[in-house]
Write a protein that binds this ligand. Structure first.
Ligand code: HMG
Ligand code: MG
Length: 314
């Protein structure tokens, strides 16, 4: 059956969005986990992604180079990319120092990142959840005064590599706190990719009790192969912002065993085939993923990209 004859998913389920925003996190979440990627290769990837129809590209992070040396050249990356009007080039900032560097580099948007579990908070940003929220207060305040929108990440929303399962009510409480502090959107991260749809839905349901679904995004790592299933579940519940990483690159250096994010190519294929518009050219995206993977000496971790590229070269 051709795509044109399919009934859009939104016709079957009223809550399903007709279009989604994809937040491309490959240049940050993807490359923070790869050793020795040159600045030129990062810039080439972002420039190629900028021509795919993506509207939001996480370009780097201004974190301590002692903690994540892979992101130490984020200022140079911001300086060297060819910015395309209409695209938001965003950066992660854990503290005021990161914010100052992000502003200097010309980031369009910043993101603070907290954890729903104490263990990951300590390991990832060296402080408790409460201390991190206190630390974010001036970051959010000054960014907003400067006219820079702030996204909030919440990690380990269902499972933590150090503390085990996270209760949905705990995730919902911190998500709402970040929202009330001034984050316009909360990205709910299954950092170790362990959730399955029913548990993911319970977590989302808890968050949606107090927050509008339009303010929630999902950020699914694919360690256990459940990311697309959790994203499909999220779409059924009305979520319309999805984080993804081209070629399935990624992971977090402080989440042992966690693999890459869901591949952007797979999300685009799922959405477009379900009648949900992404605005993204899948072939251009697959080519961008293949190009960075050639530089990294690996295959794209995306079934859709591999199938599409194989079909083209038949
Ligand atoms: P700390 O050691 O407690 O902080 O780290 P500190 O204030 O004592 O600083 C230590 C050194 O780093 C100092 O340098 C600071 O100046 C410097 P020294 O005086 O020793 O030469 N420093 C900085 N340099 C540049 N930019 C900065 C900065 N801050 C301090 N912003 C800190 C605390 C938060 C800084 C550290 O733990 C850190 O940088 N952590 C970041 C870890 C990280 O990036 N993890 C990956 C991103 S999160 C993720 O991937 C999850 C996500 O994808 C969602 C999901 O999947 O769930 C978002
Ligand atoms: Mg992540």
């Amino acid at each position: 059956m051709s795509k044109d004859t399919l009934m859009p998913l939104a016709t079957l389920h009223a809550q399903v969005p007709k279009e989604v925003k994809i937040v491309e996190v490959g240049p940050r979440d993807g490359l923070q986990n790869e050793l020795s990627v040159s600045t030129a290769d990062k810039v080439a990837l972002i420039n190629q992604l900028s021509a795919t129809g993506l509207r939001h590209i996480e370009t780097g992070s201004f974190v301590s180079p002692k903690w994540v040396p892979q992101m130490a050249d984020s200022a140079e990356v911001f300086q060297q990319i060819n910015r395309v009007s209409g695209i938001t080039y965003a950066a992660l900032t854990p503290n005021m120092k990161g914010l100052a560097l992000a502003i200097e580099a010309g980031a369009d948007e910043i993101a603070v990142f907290a954890s729903a579990s104490e263990g990951f908070s300590q390991h990832n940003i060296n402080c408790s959840i409460a201390e991190s929220l206190k630390r974010f207060e001036p970051v959010i305040h000054h960014a907003r005064e400067y006219g820079i929108a702030v996204r909030g990440y919440l990690s380990c929303v269902t499972d933590c590599p150090y503390d085990g399962p996270t209760l949905p009510a705990q995730t919902a409480r911190i998500a709402q706190t970040l929202f009330n502090m001034g984050c316009y959107e909360i990205s709910l991260g299954d950092t170790i990719g362990k959730a399955t749809p029913l548990r993911f839905a319970a977590m989302l349901e808890a968050c949606m009790e107090d927050m509008p679904v339009q303010t929630l995004a999902v950020h699914c790592h694919n360690t256990w192969g459940q990311a697309l299933a959790n994203i499909y579940q999220s779409l059924l519940m009305g979520v319309s912002t999805i984080d993804a990483s081209v070629a399935g690159l990624g992971g977090c250096p402080y989440a042992p065993g966690a693999s890459g994010n869901v591949a952007t190519e797979d999300v685009v294929y799922l959405c477009e085939q379900s009648g949900i518009s992404t605005g993204i050219d899948l072939m251009k995206l697959a080519e961008a993923g293949a190009a960075i993977c050639r530089r990294l000496g690996k295959q794209p971790n995306s079934n859709a990209a591999l199938a599409l590229l194989a079909a083209r070269y038949k």
